[in-house]
Ligand binder design. Structure first.
Ligand code: UD1
Length: 429
C-alpha cells in the first residue's frame, strides 16, 4: 500500500499549472457516444477516474486510444452494447453519465444501480424522473436499471427539484435528438455543464442557455465527431490556491478561468488572503493571520462543496470561530474527524460544523475519507509540526494528477512511500 508522507514547516511557493477538469472530462467522454466516429479530447487529466470512464466506454464497444498523456481519441462508431456493469459503476458513480447518451443513440440502456440506493430514493431519482418525462421507461432487475424508450424520446419541460449536476448533464445528453424542444428548469449552472454543451453544439446539437438555470435543447439529427479541449480544473486550482493561502508565500496557479472560482476567491479575500487575478491564472499570498469566515456550500455560482474540506483546513487555523454549512452532500464532514487527530477544534452538528481556530496543527497518521478530504489532509500536513502520514491515497489519485510531484515542485517536502499493508490476524486479537 502507498501512503503520502508530509514533513511540515517548509516553504511552499512558485507556479503550478492545473490539468483539465475531471468533472468535465468524464462527461465529455460519455458524450462521445452521441457522435459516431472518432472524437479527440485534449487537456484530459491523467487520473484514475478517467481510466475508469475509458473502461466503461470500452465495455460498450468503443475504441479508446491514448494519443499522448493528455489526449484521448475515442471511436464510438463501434459501440454495440448498452450495458454498464456494476463492477465499474460501483468504482465511480459518474459512470451513470452514459445513460443519457445511450438512450439518445440506441433508445435503450442498462446501467447498474449505484451502490446502496433504490429508484426513488436519493442518488439518481432526479435523472430518472426527468428521463421519464422524455418518454423513457424504467425497470429494475437484479440490481440493474433497464431503460427503454419504446416510442423514441420526445421534448418535455423538466423541473429539477434540486440543481443536480449529474441529472442536468444526463438530460442534456438524452435530449439532443429528442423530437421537439426540451426545457430543463432549475438546471445546474456549473462551468463543466457549459463545457459539455459547448462540445455538443460543436458536434451539431442545438443547446441554448447552458450556464443559466433554464436550458433549452432543440432536437436535431445525427451529431458529428469533433476535437475539443477540456476546460481547466477549477477545483484543482482552488486546492492549490488554498495551499498557497495556508502556507502564506505566493503561489501562482495557471490553466483555468478565475471566474469559475468567483465566490471561493472572494471568501479567501475576506479571510485576509491576497488574490491577484490574471488571464487564466491567479496568484495567492498572505501577509497577515487568517481570519474566520462562515461558508455554506451551494450549487454554482455558490460555494462549491468540492472546496469545502480545503477551506475548512484554512479555517481550522484562522483567528476566530467559523460556521461551515454543507448543503449539497450528506456525510461530507468525514475530513473534520481526521483533522481532529491533528489538533483542530471542530464540532459537527448535523450539516453544520463549528470550527474554532487553533494556533497550530500537529503531524499524525490520518486516513483520506474521500477525494477532496484526502487532498486537504496533505495540505494540513504542510503546516503541521513533524510528519503527517496520509493513508488511502487512492482517493486522491482519482482526481489529482501528479499531486505529490506538483507539491514538490513548489518546494513542499512530500513523498509517496510504499508501506506494508496493515493486517490484523484474528488469533492476535
Ligand atoms: C457532481 C460532481 C461532484 C460535485 C457535485 C456537486 C462529477 C463527476 N461530480 O456530482 O464532484 O461535488 O456535482 O457539485 O461531476 N441527488 C439526488 N438525486 C439525484 C441526483 C442528485 O438526491 O437524482 C443529490 C445527491 O445525492 C447530492 C446532491 O443531490 O446530495 C447533489 O448531487 P449532484 O449535483 O447530482 O452531484 P453529482 O452530479 O453526483
Amino acid at each position: 500500500m502507498e501512503v503520502i508522507r508530509v514533513e511540515g514547516g517548509h516553504p511552499v511557493t512558485g507556479t503550478v499549472t492545473v490539468e483539465g477538469a475531471k468533472n468535465s472530462a468524464l462527461k465529455l467522454m460519455a458524450a462521445t457516444i452521441l457522435a459516431p466516429g472518432v472524437t479527440t479530447l485534449t487537456n484530459v487529466p491523467n487520473i484514475a477516474d478517467v481510466h475508469v470512464m475509458g473502461k466503461v466506454l470500452k465495455e460498450l464497444g468503443a475504441i479508446v486510444e491514448v494519443v499522448d498523456e493528455h489526449t484521448l481519441s475515442i471511436d464510438t462508431s463501434t459501440v454495440d452494447s448498452w450495458e454498464t456493469p456494476y463492477s465499474l459503476v460501483t468504482r465511480m458513480r459518474a459512470s451513470t453519465a452514459v445513460l443519457g447518451p445511450l438512450l439518445a443513440r440506441f433508445g435503450k440502456a442498462i446501467v447498474a444501480m449505484p451502490g446502496g440506493c433504490n429508484i426513488g430514493a436519493r442518488s439518481i431519482d432526479m435523472h430518472i424522473l426527468g428521463l421519464e418525462a422524455l418518454g423513457v421507461e424504467f425497470d429494475v432487475d437484479h440490481g440493474d436499471i433497464y431503460a427503454t424508450a419504446p416510442n423514441g424520446l420526445h421534448g418535455a419541460t423538466v423541473n429539477l427539484e434540486f440543481a443536480s449536476v449529474g441529472a442536468t448533464e444526463n438530460l442534456v445528453m438524452a435530449s439532443v435528438h429528442a423530437k421537439g424542444v426540451t426545457i430543463i428548469d432549475n438546471a445546474a449552472r456549473e462551468p463543466e455543464i457549459q463545457d459539455l454543451a459547448n462540445m455538443l453544439n460543436e458536434m451539431g446539437a442545438d443547446i441554448r442557455g447552458a450556464g443559466t438555470p433554464v436550458i433549452e435543447i432543440h432536437g436535431v439529427g445525427e451529431l458529428h465527431p469533433v476535437t475539443h479541449a477540456v476546460t481547466g480544473d477549477r477545483i484543482e486550482a482552488g486546492t492549490f490556491a488554498a495551499i498557497g493561502a495556508l502556507v502564506g508565500q505566493p503561489v501562482t496557479i495557471k490553466g483555468f478561468e478565475p471566474d469559475h472560482l468567483g465566490l471561493v476567491l472572494r471568501k479567501f479575500e475576506q479571510m485576509g488572503i491576497t488574490v491577484r487575478r490574471g488571464q487564466r491564472c491567479v496568484t495567492v499570498s498572505r501577509d497577515q493571520p487568517l481570519r474566520a469566515v462562515d461558508i455554506q456550500t451551494l450549487p454554482f455560482p455558490g460555494f462549491p462543496t468540492d472546496m469545502q474540506a480545503q477551506t475548512m483546513c484554512l479555517l481550522a487555523v484562522a483567528e476566530g470561530t467559523s460556521i461551515v454549512t454543507e448543503n449539497v452532500f450528506e456525510n461530507r464532514f468525514m475530513f473534520a474527524s481526521e483533522l481532529q487527530r491533528m489538533g483542530s477544534d471542530i464540532a459537527i452538528q448535523g450539516h453544520h460544523a463549528v470550527v474554532r481556530g487553533v494556533r497550530s496543527l500537529s503531524g499524525a497518521e490520518v486516513r483520506s475519507p474521500d477525494l477532496r478530504g484526502g487532498a486537504a489532509l496533505v495540505m494540513a500536513g504542510l503546516i503541521a509540526d513533524g510528519t503527517t502520514t496520509v493513508l488511502d491515497i487512492y482517493h486522491i489519485d482519482r482526481g489529482y494528477e501528479r499531486f505529490v510531484e506538483k507539491l514538490r515542485s513548489l518546494g513542499a517536502h512530500v513523498t509517496r512511500v510504499e508501506v506494508p499493508d496493515i493486517e490484523v490476524l484474528d488469533d492476535e486479537l
